[in-house]
Design a protein around this ligand. Structure first.
Ligand code: BEZ
Length: 335
């Protein structure tokens, strides 16, 4: 396994310099190299899943396949990584469902507010036919998807005051990922949704460019946001999956045996990561409760009713999204 060294920031220059690494070709007799890009930093569970995948591929293929990892957004942001997969420069990625939803709108179903109580519920929802269909729909975008993995549920971290009711969000600048689902929901809360990249959030909180952030506990702790914002309200308002995928061009060049190895290694890595995320959720909460102001917003779904309706009006009208919501509700009813 090769791991490309980290740069402080995902600069375009760094991505260009790495271009030569991306342009390597496999030589007869040498291991065929698969290049995998991921936005998350080394300590994040998704990056650890990528390592797990790489180790398994190399051992299960007896060294015929190797994996070069480009973590921490070294190849640029996710739209850039998608373009690289499309042009054949990059083979694989573990991509946020957020940016994937810009290619396949049904993936927005995962951002249905208050659909899941916890990460375990979201993991169970990957078994629904609708969740599988979302993955299949990526094939006509030149992508072969293996499955899902999860960051923690999203909550609200504020710098100056806790959110004890929806009114506390009025006119507050809240960092979001710039996708329509988050923009729609956050705007309807009365907040000012402010799109900035994850690596800029720490400084944004510090210099008051933003007042708060919708975030999962892993990213909060991993990026040290608790150093600059100390009021966490647990809302569980959205899940936050990623999708592991390979470009169809690369997939088509693999032999049947290589595909089996890659497929098996990725499913094992995703299963490992999902269990690790469930454990991390409890550990992160433990840590935060000892360090900052943590509270629950018990009637969160009701408090956010207007925002939930705004999401429904725009997204739940998509047949695959409403099927997904129904299938998840059926899973809950069976419990
Ligand atoms: C974020 O941008 O909020 C994010 C991205 C990847 C993993 C976790 C969070």
């Amino acid at each position: 396994m090769k791991i490309y060294p980290l740069t402080a920031r995902p600069l375009t220059f760094a991505a260009l310099a790495l271009g030569s690494a991306l342009l390597s070709f496999s030589v007869p007799g040498e291991a065929k190299e698969l290049k995998l890009g991921i936005i998350t930093p080394p300590q994040h569970v998704w990056t650890k899943a990528a390592h797990e995948f790489a180790e398994r591929v190399e051992s299960e293929s007896d060294g015929d396949l190797s994996v070069a990892l480009f973590p921490a957004g070294q190849l640029g942001d996710e739209p850039a990584m998608f373009a690289q997969m499309q042009s054949g420069l990059l083979d694989m990625g573990i991509m946020t469902a957020a940016i994937t939803s810009q290619r396949e709108p049904s993936v927005n179903g995962w951002f249905t507010p208050f659909l899941f109580d916890n990460v375990e519920d979201a993991i169970q929802a990957t078994q629904t036919p609708a969740a599988e269909q979302m993955l299949d729909n990526l094939s006509d975008k030149g992508l072969h998807a293996f499955g899902y993995t999860f960051a923690g549920m999203r909550h609200i971290l504020m710098r100056d005051q806790a959110v004890t009711s929806i009114d506390d969000l009025d006119h507050q600048k809240i960092r979001i990922i710039p996708i329509s689902a988050m923009q729609t929901w956050w705007r309807a809360t009365g907040a000012v949704p402010t799109p900035i990249q994850l690596p800029d959030v720490y400084q944004g909180l510090q210099n008051k460019m933003i007042d708060g952030v919708g975030i999962d506990l892993d990213a909060l702790v991993g990026s040290g946001f608790d150093e600059v914002a100390q009021h966490l309200t647990l809302t569980n308002h959205m899940a936050f999956p990623a999708i592991a995928m390979v470009s169809s061009t690369t997939w088509d060049t693999l032999s049947e045996n290589e595909r089996e190895v890659v497929n098996h290694a990725m499913h094992e890595a995703l299963n490992w990561a999902n269990q690790a995320q469930v454990d991390a959720e409890a550990d992160n909460l433990d840590y935060l409760e000892q360090h900052i102001d943590v509270r629950h917003l018990d009637d969160a779904k009701a408090q956010f009713a207007k925002a939930n309706t705004a999401f429904d009006d725009k997204f739940s009208v998509l047949p695959l999204i409403s099927q997904f919501q129904q299938q998840v509700a059926d899973q809950h009813a069976e419990k």
